[in-house]
Design a protein around this ligand. Structure first.
Ligand SMILES: [Zn+2]
Length: 188
């Protein structure tokens, strides 16, 4: 049900919204679904969410997702001068208190806060690393105009066009094929 082909965790996170018949559909509208998304995304070292207000947690998660989606929108739209997203990320990072730990030979940062802070940390970290080490030109919106998903293009020549070939890519191909048969000259 969830898609993890965004290439980066924060991109997969914004892809928990999709367009279904012209409407934005939230794939994690309930707390158990959010938990499942985290689990399947590999964020599986979380404490039991005992005492967590599920609705409030979801609201905060959705707030971060909204901002990250806006960041992706601005970074991929050549007609837009992106806002100061480094400052936004710095604000989010400043709010996370934690400590470093050696875990299986690697240095990992462990937030000291509650369940939600620990749940969202890998997403935030992924956005930070994209900003500091990633290639922003490789962040792309799916070429299917009926799709609102994003991906980080790791293909050798940077020529990936679809969030997922099996869905959006094939749909476009089928459309092209169909319009050819009808004698239309328009591509897509
Ligand atoms: Zn797509």
């Amino acid at each position: 049900m969830f898609s993890y082909y965004g290439g980066l965790l924060w991109v997969d996170f914004i892809n928990t919204e999709r367009l279904e018949q012209g409407q934005v559909e939230d794939l994690i509208p309930e707390f158990p679904l959010f938990e499942r998304w985290l689990q399947e995304a590999g964020v599986d070292d979380l404490p039991e969410p005992a005492g967590v207000d599920g609705r409030q947690a979801l609201q905060k998660a959705a707030g971060l997702r909204r901002q990250l989606r806006k960041m992706a929108e601005e970074l991929t739209d050549p007609a837009v001068v992106p806002g100061d997203w480094a400052a936004f990320l710095n604000g989010e990072l400043a709010a996370v208190k934690g400590h470093w730990q050696i875990h299986e030979g690697k240095a990992v940062f462990v937030p000291d806060g509650g369940w939600l802070e620990r749940a969202l940390w890998p997403v935030l970290q992924s956005a930070m690393l994209f900003w500091t080490e990633g290639d922003r030109a490789r962040l792309k919106a799916c070429s299917n105009h009926a799709c609102i998903k994003y991906y980080y293009d790791t293909s050798k020549n940077g020529t990936r066009r679809w969030c997922r070939m099996e869905t959006c890519g094939n749909r476009a191909k089928a459309r092209r094929h169909y319009s050819k048969r009808k004698g239309a000259s328009q591509d897509e």
